[in-house]
Design a protein around this ligand. Sequence first.
Ligand SMILES: [Zn+2]
Length: 497
Amino acid sequence: MRKNSIGAAGIPILVLCLGAVSAGTAENRGIEHGRRYDRLVIRNVVIIDGKGTPARGPMDVIVEGNRIALVGGANTRPDAYRNEVHVLDGTGMYLLPGLIDNHIHLHDERTGIAQPFEYEYKIYMGCGVTSVRDVGSDYQKTIAERRKSEEGSIVAPRIFLYMTASGWTPEEGRQAVRNIKKQGGDGVKIFGMDRDIMEAIADESKKLGLRVASHMGVEETDARELAEFGISTVEHWYGVPDAALKGSQNFPPSYNYNNESDRFRWAGHLWREADPAKLDKVLSAMVEKGVAWIPTFSTYEACRDMTRARNQPWFKDYLHPALEAYFKPSPARHGAFTWGWSTEDEIYWKENYRIWMKAVRDFADKGGLVGAGDDAGFIYTLYGTSFLSELELLQEAGFHPIDVVQCATGNNAEILGMGDKLGRVRQGFLADLILIDENPLQNLKYLYPTGVLDIKDGKLVDRGGVKWTIKDGIVYDTRVLLKDVREIVAKARKAAS
Ligand SMILES: [Zn+2]
């Protein structure tokens, strides 16, 4: 039975049989939360792959251990898999590669209050995220967590760690990169810095085979240097419009970069001051040099609608009190600049987004690689749900939902240097997959744990939510993961009250 369980003639048969199968003849068999199997059959799904191709199905997928062993047309005979021990019935469901979040920070505390890693992991996985790229955390802890995730001894996404390199001289910069290599970093993170130091760090990273992610500030360097030095990714957006200004940005005389209230307010005026012709050249240079862009639109979303940001529906059950305390407006915390935010600030930021989104779209149209990340844990952004907001914002920027999925899977895998192992539903690839019982191409909101409020037979119902998250071949029921998260939150709230 095993050998011929996916028939070559499966596709044509299936198209005809789909209606009958959808009636719910099959059911899950031998599936337990948190287990990996020698052989697992996922049957009768529609696949949305991570390479920008149309959805196709019904298909069957066979997972062996932590690998995808076979992807083929579905065998819809009711008894097709009767001898299989572990069968997940995907009738009416959509199968995607596990989502990859390429800009996160692992937090085990906020404002000095403990917030367990488990909380962050489970909410990410409940939202379908199976890999994260950490670009700044407590590295010794993250290295230990990364190992535990690899072993499968904790419930966590795959962790890729980019460690910060800095220095006061080019040689110190080089030494920092060598240290990162020695400690086992998967890549290098830099913040905007002086030109000679950036050049040295980029050069040393190239020699040691490490990719470099750059979070620019308003610095001596900008996106032109990033391209020139062969940096791998632009994180966020600073440095791109800056490279297209005529001189400096038109800051008021009182502007102080270290005052975050100033910094985020006036950042909302930056894109409108970029010269379109110059910007076009900057984008072309980035594409030419192979710099990828992870815009993290979701990180700044509060700037264009603060009231909405403070009242997101998932906060009720999923916002940890440590994070809630961190979000409160304060000059003492990064990203807590939100006091006194005005209508005018939001109007500028809405325009800022329009120009920024067009730039990201133009960058992609020129052949640039766009990835997705959420940078959650700041400015009212919650792990996981903000990543799903990022997908919505990519759609708003003009990406077709199929391409949005690609940004969050195939493109992100490529950015990690894992394009031949992750981010696709493909034979031989790692078995990181998600299943959802609504079509996310129709509405990306179906991916949220809270689903979409809809009317069915005259009654209000929640539709959607990722149902199964499979990481490294281990099958997780997201209802269990999310219940755990709600319990962690409820317990922490009780302890804090
Ligand atoms: Zn960040």
